[in-house]
Design a protein around this ligand. Structure first.
Ligand code: GAL
Length: 418
């Protein structure tokens, strides 16, 4: 009898241990702090769609939405650097795939590889090799992508174009001709909101691609084409000419405030990534109805690309909850909830295309056939140090419009960073 009792007790103990073990594995609790700069219209709503999924799946985890406002992370990134280098990492943070991920965070050993998540979730089958390669340092995958954004888009107010008899411009000549008509009607041709300078860098990379073409644009990044060449000078001159047609208050505005000028009709166009599509939608507008879109002048057939990702800091205080977040970021459910609102396309190959609107369907199609060129302003093409140096050159150029000096300074920045 005594023996049976002992056996029974031991069995109960072992069984409860097994259940506790399983329970621990599935159950995540505590808190998770996710760091990003998604606070503007469209960005905030897209992020919230993923947070909603997280909170439904992990009701015991307190989600801390640690955002620092400022487009392209121009305010968030310095905060992140001081937190990461000061031993106070968030559980996960937004980072662009490519040079920004690898040069800023991978090289310094700040991140834990996430290959194990890719294995567990079967992601090797649903992420293209090219995508995995821009997330990787050697064999280590260092981040989980949520999207692909297109950055070479000219967005325009359809009513303003119609009222002024203007067709969407596809070349710089057409743009400048349209600008004359718009200015005569008292409308700003091109809205720019370059506080923090990155939106001017963004405009410049569009002009650079539009003038020099994809081959030379790509070759500029490895030094096989010179930044003080005549063709780059032509791009710089075109950029300077465009500045004659932007709103006077550009340096005081963010990208979203510039997009708002287009909604209001005080400006006709803005050159911005397709997070502007997210912004327009968040303001209740419909693509193809109130606003139109074409590749920025000279860039048809090219898809200037960047990808937002979330990574796992090596010392994430809440590692389990961070992994739970990353699994949502990389999942089909997460991406199909986030991207149709954010204005980006999924980085997976198995998205439910029916959830994506007319603009995003066109971006998905273009991504499949266009030449992919990496963005300078958003971490894909060059290191953050180099893109900051390019930003410094452009800050001066916007003020002094000195094309030759800018070309020399661009070349010096390339020499320094290559
Ligand atoms: C980019 C980022 C986008 C969008 C944009 C404006 O750098 O990749 O997701 O947020 O900044 O903030």
């Amino acid at each position: 009898m005594k023996k049976i009792l002992i056996l029974l007790l031991t069995a109960t103990f072992v069984i409860s241990l097994i259940f506790m073990g399983v329970g621990c594995k599935e159950k995540v609790s505590g808190e998770v702090e996710i760091f990003s700069w998604w606070t503007a219209g469209g960005e905030a709503e897209g992020l919230q769609a993923m947070i909603d999924i997280f909170e439904e799946k992990y009701p015991d985890v307190e989600f801390i939405n640690a955002t620092v406002a400022g487009g392209a992370g121009f305010e968030a990134k310095p905060v992140l650097v001081s937190r990461m280098t000061g031993g106070d990492p968030p559980d996960s943070f937004q980072v662009h795939a490519g040079h920004e991920l690898i040069d800023t965070w991978g090289v310094g050993d700040y991140l834990e590889p996430v290959n194990f998540i890719f294995e567990e979730e079967g992601w090797y089958d649903v992420y293209p090799e090219d995508m995995i390669s821009i997330l990787s340092m050697g064999d280590d995958i260092l981040s989980v992508p949520v999207n692909i954004h297109r950055s070479n888009v000219l967005w325009y107010n359809k009513a303003v174009f119609e009222d002024n008899g203007i067709e969407a411009p596809t070349t710089f000549d057409e743009f400048f001709a349209a600008a004359d008509v718009l200015e005569a009607a008292g409308i700003t041709p091109l809205a720019l909101g370059d506080t923090g300078i990155w939106a001017a860098v963004h405009l410049f990379e569009n002009v650079l691609l539009g003038v020099v073409g994809s081959d030379d644009y790509i070759d500029l990044m490895d030094g096989s084409v010179r930044w003080d060449s005549d063709e780059v000078k032509e791009a710089i001159q075109t950029f300077v000419d465009l500045l004659d047609h932007v709103n006077d208050d550009h340096s005081a505005l963010g990208w979203d405030e510039a997009a708002q000028y287009v909604i209001d009709g005080t400006a006709a166009t803005t050159v911005m990534g397709d997070w502007a599509h997210g912004y327009f939608m968040a303001k209740g507008l419909t693509p193809g109805v109130e606003y139109g879109y074409v590749p920025s002048p000279g860039t048809a057939g090219n898809f200037m690309a960047l990808s937002d990702t979330f990574c796992l800091p090596a010392d994430a205080p809440n590692r389990d909850a961070a992994i739970a977040w990353l699994k949502i970021c990389g999942s089909k459910e997460g991406q199909d909830a986030f991207n149709p609102i954010k204005g980006s396309i999924p980085s997976r190959t198995d998205a439910d295309i029916s959830l994506y609107d007319v603009y995003l369907k066109s971006a998905i199609d273009d991504f499949g056939v266009d030449i992919i060129t990496p963005s300078i302003a958003h971490g894909a093409a060059v290191s953050e140090t180099w893109s900051a140096a390019i930003g410094d050159v452009i800050t001066l150029l916007v003020a002094d419009k000195d094309v030759d000096a800018a070309a020399d300074a661009f070349q010096a920045a390339a020499d320094e960073n290559l």
